[in-house]
Design a protein. Sequence first.
Length: 213
Amino acid sequence: MLHVETLTVGPLGCNCSIVADVDAKRAIVVDPGGNYPAIRARLEVLGLSVSAIVHTHTHIDHVGCTAELQRASGAPASIHEGDRFLYDLLPVQAQMLGTELPVIAEMDGALVDGGSLRAGSLEMGVVHTPGHTPGSCCFVVSDAGRTRVFAGDTLFRGSIGRTDLWGGDQNAILSSIRSKLLSLPDDAVVVAGHGPSTTIGDERARNPFLQRR
Ligand SMILES: [Zn+2]
Ligand SMILES: [Zn+2]
């Protein structure tokens, strides 16, 4: 059975999701941005071991406790190669935001468009959605006729991710959302990188950034 829960972690309120096959007791953790004790506690309560750690992008608020989780679980931690330079810039990101520099994790570049990750019977698809950052990705899980997309900072309820940071590109983010996210079913639940969840249908109808003039 699929289990999904989202914790809001770290000073910038990053949404970290635990996505698991509870029968197989295997989980994928999306964006462990901080507060490792809270994430560990939920994994322990649910009796889950971590098969993979994945990142929608490598802004500092989404990778804050990857190293702790990786050390404890032994799981591979993955990014899209397009965000490698940003991970290398973590000290600059920390300085800019006045936050502590996280312990550096072993990040592989395994996330590729059209790829997938497994944990037990759970299969999570990878969609490369550049724009917020060059290596931004969304993760898609379909179960019992219901689709969920973990959108990171690409798509928010009523907004889209900022594109004024390193490698951001407004045309690219709009094109990523239109071509790769709006093609999902209207009732697909969008777990955003910050703030409340939404659905593809609601964003198609009401998101001011997605209305054609
Ligand atoms: Zn971001
Ligand atoms: Zn963020």
